[in-house]
Ligand binder design. Structure first.
Ligand SMILES: *[C@@H]1O[C@H](CO)[C@@H](O)[C@H](O)[C@H]1NC(C)=O
Ligand SMILES: *[C@@H]1O[C@H](CO)[C@@H](O)[C@H](O)[C@H]1NC(C)=O
Ligand SMILES: *[C@@H]1O[C@H](CO)[C@@H](O)[C@H](O)[C@H]1NC(C)=O
Ligand SMILES: *[C@@H]1O[C@H](CO)[C@@H](O)[C@H](O)[C@H]1NC(C)=O
Ligand SMILES: *[C@@H]1O[C@H](CO)[C@@H](O)[C@H](O)[C@H]1NC(C)=O
Ligand SMILES: *[C@@H]1O[C@H](CO)[C@@H](O)[C@H](O)[C@H]1NC(C)=O
Length: 299
C-alpha cells in the first residue's frame, strides 16, 4: 500500500461527497442553504406597488395601501415590506439544483445606519419539494405566491420585466443538461472509486490504465457539469440584474456552490494526474519489467 495508490481513493471519496452535496444542498431549510446557485433578492419588489399607489388614488392597489399602518406610510422601505407581507412575497428566493428555498432577511432587508451589510443574514424559512429536472422559474414562483395571497395583485402590477423570463427560458436546457451530467458524474466517480480499490494491492500498468480511463470519464463529466452550471449562474444572474435592478430585483451568484463543484472537479483532476504518473513512471512499468527480464550477465 503506497501513498500513490491511496491518494486516488481519498480524492474520489471526497469528490463523491462534494458532488452529492452539490446535488442535495438546500433540500431542507437546515441543510446547507447557504450553498444556492443564485439568490434572488426581491425584498424591494413591492416598492413599485407602493410608488404606484402613492402616485394615484384610483387603482386596484389602494385597498392594500389602506392596510399599511399609518405610522409607517411615510417610510417607503417599511411600507414596502409591509405590502410585501400582504401580498405573500418573501424577501429572497434561492435556486438549488433540485429545489428552491425562501425566507426573510434579518434583522433588516437593507443596510442602514445601525445595520451594516455584513450584519444582514438570510433566515431560510422553507424549501420546495425536491424534484429531478427542476428548473428555477421565478415568474411561476412569484405568481403562485401572489395567487395564494388572494389580494388580486399580479406580476404586471409589480412591473415584473418579461425580458427576465425570455433570458431564463434560454438557460433552461443548459441547466437541465447540467443536472443530468451531475448524475452521470456521481456514477462515474463512484466507479472510479471502486476501480481504484484493487490498485491498493495489485499495482501495475494495466490497473493504472483502466483507472485512468474511468478517471478521465469521471473528470470530464464533473468538469462539464461544473462548466455548464457556472455558465447558467453567471449568465442568469447578469440577466436578472440587467432587467431586474430597475424594479428592485437583485441576483447574487452562489460563489460557495461554485467553490464546491470546482473543488470536486479539482479532486478528480488530481486523481487523473496520479494515474497518468503511475502509467509513465509507476512500479508497474519499467522497474518491474526490468526485474522480470533481468539483463543477461556477461562473462
Ligand atoms: C420608488 O420611489 C422612490 C422615491 O420616489 C425611488 O427612489 C425608488 O427607486 C422607487 N422604486 C421603484 C421600485 O420604482
Ligand atoms: C436599521 O434597521 C433596524 C432593523 O429594522 C432598525 O431597528 C433600526 O432602527 C434602523 N436604524 C436606523 C438608523 O434607521
Ligand atoms: C436587496 O436588494 C435591495 C434593492 O435591490 C438592496 O437595496 C438590498 O441591500 C438588498 N439586500 C441584501 C441583503 O442584499
Ligand atoms: C427565522 O424565521 C423564523 C420563522 O419566521 C423565526 O421563528 C426565527 O426566529 C427566525 N430566526 C432568526 C435568526 O431571525
Ligand atoms: C411535498 O411533499 C409532501 C409530502 O410528500 C406533500 O404532502 C406536499 O403536497 C408536496 N408539496 C408540493 C408543493 O408538491
Ligand atoms: C395565477 O393566477 C393567474 C390568473 O388567475 C393564472 O393565469 C396563473 O396561471 C396562476 N399562476 C399560478 C402559478 O398558479
Amino acid at each position: 500500500m503506497t501513498l500513490q495508490s491511496l491518494l486516488p481513493i481519498l480524492c474520489c471519496t471526497a469528490a463523491l461527497i462534494l458532488s452529492f452535496l452539490c446535488l442535495f444542498a438546500g433540500h431542507k431549510p437546515s441543510f446547507m442553504t447557504d450553498y444556492p446557485l443564485v439568490t434572488l433578492n426581491v425584498s424591494r419588489l413591492a416598492e413599485g406597488v407602493v410608488n404606484k399607489t402613492l402616485s394615484s388614488d384610483s387603482n386596484p392597489l389602494s385597498s392594500l395601501w389602506d392596510k399599511v399602518p399609518s405610522n409607517i406610510k411615510d417610510h417607503i422601505d417599511d411600507a414596502a415590506s409591509s405590502v410585501s407581507d400582504e401580498i405573500g412575497i418573501e424577501d429572497f428566493y434561492q435556486a438549488h439544483l433540485l429545489d428552491y428555498c425562501y425566507g426573510q432577511y434579518t434583522p433588516a432587508e437593507t443596510p442602514n445606519a445601525t445595520v451594516s451589510a455584513s450584519d444582514i443574514k438570510k433566515n431560510v424559512t422553507g424549501c420546495s419539494n425536491q424534484t429531478a429536472m427542476f428548473y428555477f422559474d421565478p415568474k411561476e414562483i412569484l405568481e403562485e405566491a401572489l395567487n395564494k395571497s388572494g389580494t388580486g395583485v399580479t406580476l404586471e402590477d409589480l412591473n415584473w420585466p418579461d425580458d427576465i423570463q425570455k433570458g431564463l427560458d434560454a438557460l433552461r436546457i443548459v441547466s437541465l443538461t447540467a443536472f443530468v451530467l451531475y448524475c452521470i458524474a456521481i456514477g462515474l466517480i463512484f466507479l472510479a472509486l471502486i476501480a481504484a480499490l484493487p490498485a491498493l494491492f495489485a499495482q501495475g500498468r494495466l490497473t493504472a490504465c483502466l483507472n485512468w480511463m474511468v478517471g478521465i470519464l469521471a473528470f470530464l463529466a464533473i468538469g462539464l457539469a461544473s462548466a455548464l452550471v457556472t455558465a447558467v449562474i453567471v449568465k442568469g444572474s447578469d440577466l436578472v440584474n440587467e432587467h431586474g435592478n430597475p424594479v428592485g430585483v437583485e441576483a447574487q451568484r452562489g460563489n460557495k456552490f461554485l467553490a464546491l463543484t470546482w473543488a470536486a472537479t479539482g479532486l478528480m483532476l488530481i486523481t487523473l494526474v496520479v494515474w497518468s504518473f503511475e502509467i509513465c513512471f509507476g512500479s508497474g512499468s519499467r522497474r518491474s519489467r526490468r526485474n522480470a527480464y533481468p539483463p543477461a550477465k556477461h562473462g
